[in-house]
Design a protein around this ligand. Structure first.
Ligand code: SF4
Length: 328
């Protein structure tokens, strides 16, 4: 048995443009990315809006059919179309969406929302069906009085806790978390992150955590992957990612995180100021896609697209400068 629960190999997702001036071209939302998630770990996939991180998540759960590439789950190649996946796989890979309001039926009560996946996957505890739902609520720190409330009667954080309970109900191995706390207050964010950490330990869960907030990643993720314009720029264990990043884009993002303590100020990275605008994913620049904003770009960056290179154990970077520096 491989140590990886999930392997994504050379994944591409292009959206063809069918109207307007750019008809015939494609939005290269995800463009040849590879990564893996080990059993029991959290991989944070971080990037600005439009970087392709959510498209990657939707491919992993099978909501989008990939243009190319392979997804391997628990050593088995799986279809990237959810309709072609056996029910067993849908049970084992669950997702928590950014806005639970769009995925929880506002007319159903909590008891029915949590019963539905149990019925679909034939997991109902026939001896104690209500007790089974109450135990799920307890796991996400919601009171049993909520059994007969609808999602509309719950606060934003409580709705997200309910969405986590629903994901947990099928006893999954992997949960994709698509910016699960981005719409919530900081205090509720912390509560949900702590809850997810506890559940990960108790249920031996693996997480793919999609976020644009690097400050959440430090205490939550095992490894971090940075995406830019559909490609992964750098993947590293979390500690190395924050202490010794290599890619100019990673350094730019880290230098923009606000610091709240003197200790953090001491290890804060020197400010890296990007130039230029983020290019359109329809017209990705030739060479390195970051060359229009990179303050360190040189001739080679405008003609040749860098490839991912391992710079240390578990640490990979896509940058000509890093590669040449290491060779010299
Ligand atoms: Fe910057 Fe060149 Fe490295 Fe791209 S390859 S990140 S443009 S130095």
């Amino acid at each position: 048995m491989s140590e990886n629960i999930l392997e994504v190999n050379n994944l591409k997702k292009y959206f063809p443009i069918t109207k307007g001036k750019e008809k015939g071209l494609s939005v290269k939302a995800v463009d040849d990315i590879s990564f893996s998630i080990k059993r029991g770990e959290t991989l944070a996939l971080v990037g600005e809006s439009g970087s392709g991180k959510s498209t990657t998540a939707y491919n992993v759960i099978g909501m989008y059919s990939a243009t190319a590439g392979q997804i391997i789950f628990k050593d088995e190649p799986i279809s990237n179309n959810i309709k072609e996946r056996p029910l067993r796989l849908r049970k084992e890979i669950q997702m928590v969406f950014q806005d639970p309001g769009t995925t929880l039926n506002p007319r159903r009560i909590v008891k029915d929302i949590l019963s539905l996946p149990l019925k679909i996957h034939k997991l109902v505890d026939k001896k104690d069906p209500v007790g089974q739902i109450v135990r799920l609520l307890e796991e996400v720190e919601l009171p049993m009085e909520y059994l007969f409330k609808t999602p509309l009667a719950l606060g934003g954080g409580e709705r997200q806790m309910l969405a986590v309970a629903r994901a947990l109900s099928t006893n999954p191995d992997l949960i994709v978390l698509d910016e699960p706390t981005s719409a919530l207050d900081v205090s509720i964010q912390a509560k949900i992150i702590n809850m997810l950490l506890r559940l990960q330990k108790d249920y031996d869960l693996s997480y793919l955590f999609i976020t644009l907030d690097l400050s959440l990643v430090r205490n939550f993720a095992t490894r971090v992957a940075i995406m830019y314009l559909g490609k992964i720029a750098e993947i590293a264990p979390t500690e190395i990612f924050f202490s010794d990043p290599e890619h100019p884009y990673t350094k730019m993002l880290l230098s923009a995180i606000p610091v709240i303590s003197e200790k953090e100020e001491e290890v804060k990275h020197a400010k890296v100021t990007p130039k230029g605008e983020i290019p359109s994913p329809v017209n990705v620049p030739k060479g390195c896609s970051f060359n229009t904003r990179c303050p360190l770009a040189f001739d080679r960056c405008f003609v040749e697209d860098p490839v991912m290179k391992e710079v240390a154990s578990d640490h990979q970077v896509r940058c000509h400068l890093v590669e040449e520096r290491r060779q010299s």
